[in-house]
Design a protein. Sequence first.
Length: 180
Amino acid sequence: MAGTSSAPGDLEQIRTFLNTWRLPHETRSPADDLPVLMTRSADWRAAMPDIPRPRPQELDELLALRTDLRTTLGRSAPTGLREWFQRHPVHVTVGDETRTLQYRPDTHNAAATIMAMVAAALAGQQWARLKSCPDCRNVFYDHSRNRSRTWCSMYAETSDGRACGSIAKVRAYRKRRRGD
């Protein structure tokens, strides 16, 4: 999904990575796109150009990382990532003239690069704005001023999109009308 769900900068690649697990609207049965995406070099580069394409033996680690990252969404202090940062240390350097911090992975692989991007998002206080829709589980970036967005979208932004917010509000309205 693009538009109002997109995240700024490198965080969009993390959002894309997290959305390789999805709950399709048609079937409502979980689908995992990561194994196939890893085998398609051009598709991987298009989706996540700054993350090195993983080798087949890295699949289990990336599946576990994706699961752990998804459990920390919406939190400003995700303590569940300590083991990942211990396994994939991140080096921080200060830019010369711009005074910006640069986060570099200790090793050059997908998991380490992802952890460096997560570290940058945590330091920039952007990680807590990544959230998972309670209905479709799509990961979106909360652009709202007070960080209160709940659903991936109120309107179906694309032909295959889902208006989870509108659907939830209609359900709540009907429930109130029934007196439940």
